[in-house]
Design a protein around this ligand. Structure first.
Ligand code: GRF
Length: 230
């Protein structure tokens, strides 16, 4: 039986789309996106959910006590029988009560190699501008467990993406995003398949790549189309 996955998104939802494409069309996929939650009524992610026939809800979090928001979220998550939550460009903190209700079952994808270039306010172009400002030669997405603080929590997977000469925040963002679209479905599939084992050993949630499911170096090189260094 596949794990029922909720995706939280505030923006365009290209990562949501990658998850929909990977899971919802395949009857034997280990996970299935069955609920999308956004804090913004104008999020493109909501349109993608509707187009894929997935339930979509807006939960406004502004000027509301955290407990209220948590209750509304938990009610929806329970109503849809959600077993796992993936944040995909969700710009709010997840309420503590929700985190407690889904121990080791909420993950996020961040467009840089944590623990660098993360934290409050580090989203969108700002992340890639910060990477470029340091002269770092490697960036890439990180998938990590979600805690009550921005971009903290145990790291599950990372994938290196080169920073190329002449990169702008936009070109780097596009190269990292393309890899996010590969990495997130792979990680979530592995976590969903691993769910029974994790039930037994929640605290030992180490993630191991399987050689067959990880993208090959050749695929990634093709994907990022590196140009030679000067
Ligand atoms: C991605 O870069 C993700 O890493 C970050 O927010 C962005 C969301 O993009 N957390 P999209 O809405 O999935 O296109």
């Amino acid at each position: 039986m596949s794990v029922r996955l909720a995706v939280f998104a505030s923006g365009g939802g290209s990562n949501l789309q990658a998850l929909l494409d990977a899971f919802n069309a395949a009857p034997d996929a280990p996970a299935r996106v069955t609920l999308v939650i956004s804090d913004r009524s104008d999020a493109g992610a909501l349109d993608r959910a509707l187009a894929a026939d997935v339930a979509a809800h807006v939960i406004d979090v502004r000027a509301r006590p955290e407990e209220d928001v948590a209750l509304e979220m938990l009610e929806l998550l329970r109503h849809h029988g959600i077993g796992f939550i993936a944040l995909a460009g969700y710009l709010r903190l997840v309420p503590a009560q929700v985190i407690r209700a889904y121990p080791s079952r909420i993950v996020n994808i961040h467009p840089a190699l944590l623990p660098s270039f993360g934290g409050r306010g580090m989203y969108g172009r700002r992340v890639h501008e910060a990477v470029l400002a340091t002269g770092a030669r490697v960036s890439g997405p990180t998938v990590h467990y979600v805690t009550e603080r921005y971009d903290e929590g145990r790291i599950i997977a990372q994938w290196p993406v080169p920073v190329l000469p002449g990169d702008s925040a936009d070109t780097l963002a596009a190269r990292v995003l393309a890899v996010e679209h590969r990495l997130y479905p792979l990680v979530l599939a592995a976590l969903a398949l691993d769910a029974p084992a994790r039930d037994r050993e929640l605290q030992d949630a180490a993630f191991h790549w399987s050689e067959d499911s990880a993208p090959t170096a050749e695929e990634i090189i093709h994907l990022v189309q590196p140009t030679p260094l000067p």
